[in-house]
Design a protein around this ligand. Sequence first.
Ligand code: 0X9
Ligand code: ZN
Length: 406
Amino acid sequence: MKKKVLAAGFAALLILPFHKANTIDNTQFWMKIKATDKFQRSLIADMGVSIEATREDFIVAIGNLEEKNEIEKMGLLETSFPLTSLHDFPTEDREFHNFTELSEALEQMKNENSDILTVSSIGKTVEGRDILAIRISGDMNQASQKPGTIFMGGHHSREHLSVEMPLRFAQKLIAEYRKGNERIVNLINNRDIHIIPAVNPDGLEYDVAGGRYKYWRKNRSQNKNGTFGVDLNRNYGFGWGTGGSSTSPGSDVYMGPSPFSEPETQAIKKYVETHTNISILLSFHTFSELILYPWGHVYNPISEAKDKAVHETMARTMAQWNRYTPQQSSELYIASGDTTDWSYGEHKIISFTFELDPADSWSGGGFYPGQGVIPGVVEKNTEPCLYLIEHSDNPYRVLDKSPSQI
Ligand code: 0X9
Ligand code: ZN
């Protein structure tokens, strides 16, 4: 008997190291971490975790075991727990759209509104799904001559509300147009509106597969070391890799092997660069109830005074409607390679990130606030979206209040 145990132990010793080398612990941890200012927050963001909420003297972040251990060693970890399933997408959250439902909704939208709307695939994901774009304009042949606005959501898999918002905004626009709402008819006839509800459909599907949430953030690229995923909001090519992102593939904020290494960010790049009439961009994320604008990769504000003023004025104005907090992205924490630093930095597109509801993960449910919040979120963010579309003819007129060209 003893011999058998010894033999088994020896065999385990032989197997274990190999087993360990090949097994990646994918457990993500919710962490409450001491941090009192943007510099400390940036320091923690630089360690590879994703910061999800900030308060005066602490932050809430999600990271892997290695990152948790490192933070613990520094004496900064207040509490942590492993993230496992808490909810069930198909039952209590069935109002949210999975990718099939999203595709069907867009197909129906297209079939019923072909006079003012197109739906196209702007590229394929890592797993071969279509990245779908809705385009709305009164006369599609003239659309490129009209001022353009682009809305996108779903960069981060677990941020399902950021997919619902642009999708339902598109549905609302169409419904109001069909009702003959004069403002909306005018807007659609004089503007070119681009809506990409799910930039990362692979991640969306992965996060809900099996009827339980997985707190997944990244896309589903297969990394060299056996881990999965690149953080798409760290993969854009302006100031890429200059802070608040990680070179470690297992990190939640992995920047990818090179700027625009991912098919999803490549698709957005190509789409935006093809539609040169786009003057305003809004990327939806969740959560924290914020209106963010460049820069995010440096603490300095935008140096062109007019551009800085336009972003600030528009953010302040939009905050009147959704009651979110307007601020420069890096006030939150430094992060490089995000969508808006690229769209503004490279193309001078006036760019915003909305961190939608809820305000926090304690009372509000964080990434999984429940389907009950959807109508209210869409309602309070409709006016900001219309305002952006309206001002796409010349965003700078918010500074002198000159009338629109509609
Ligand atoms: O970190 C992000 O990518 C965004 N927050 S989220 O919780 N949705 O992941 C915020 C990006 C804002 N940009 C910077 N802080 N640079
Ligand atoms: Zn996000």
